[in-house]
Write a protein that binds this ligand. Sequence first.
Ligand code: GYE
Length: 330
Amino acid sequence: MLKRISALILAGATALTMAGCSSGDDGSTSAGGSSGGDDKLVMGFAQVGAESGWRTANTKDIQESAKTAGVELKFSDAQQKQENQIKAIRSYIQQKVDVIAFSPVVESGWDTVLKEAQNAKIPVILTDRAVDSKDTSLYKTFLGSDFVEEGKKAGQWLVDQYKDSKDDVNIVQLEGTTGSAPANDRKSGFQEIISADPKFKVIASQSGDFTRAKGKEVMEAFLKSNPDIDVLYAHNDDMGLGAIEAIEGAGKVPGKDIKIITVDAVHDGMQALADGKINYIVECSPLLGTQLMDLAKKVVKGEQVPQRVVTEETTFTQEQAKEALPNRKY
Ligand code: GYE
């Protein structure tokens, strides 16, 4: 208990440092609450932000899983800015947490801060998104989806849909955050599959930063400059949902005049799929919390863990979405 109180004081003292790297109130919070927490494992988690339904579900799951696992969680929200995440990680190093987990907003530029964590002997777990550091000893493991595979699944659905058509298929793409692993990989996986047939043409592709507002804005611009769009591929549900508003605003019918493929399968996306406004969703599960807590405990004990833990996920058609919706957790 004493240790817990002093940890709280320490958290309070470092809140000042944290204030510079987050929106303020969510700079550093503690979850946990199980009794007898003398030797409680302390995790510092540097989240990307709150840009999408996926992220909200992921944050909730991590916070709940920490509680269940008796892990004290220090949580920060970087508002999609790498410099904020770096500050949060440095603050966790100063606080001497037992383990640092984070979901890197972009892939590049992490070597220095990861080296600092390594020098301080604090193990790091990558959650959800990858880094492109050559030195893989800078982190213990990477838990998350295979984004290239997700892009391939999206491409394969399209190839199957248009297998009997000889006409060109004009595709517009709403990319995720520039430089992020899911944007890079979902784009390349998709491209790899559709490039087998030259009738598939990506006529416009731009970042919508994984948000609904940006998805809408960019889709409006696409619609203005391209009168003949057959397909929208959005790297997440939120951008797809924003784009649906733009399509309806332009007097077209989403899901019919323009076929829509998205990634994630969060509740609002699944609802739009069941309603016929989206045609296909590739699932990306945000429920990483339980596995993350297990890995953290092992890593802190010095046990061996696999270098890569890939999340299991599926795909949904409109019919499958209707069936799955009532039991969907997020
Ligand atoms: O698909 C998107 C979110 O990194 C897998 O980030 C995650 C992505 C997710 O903003 O909705």
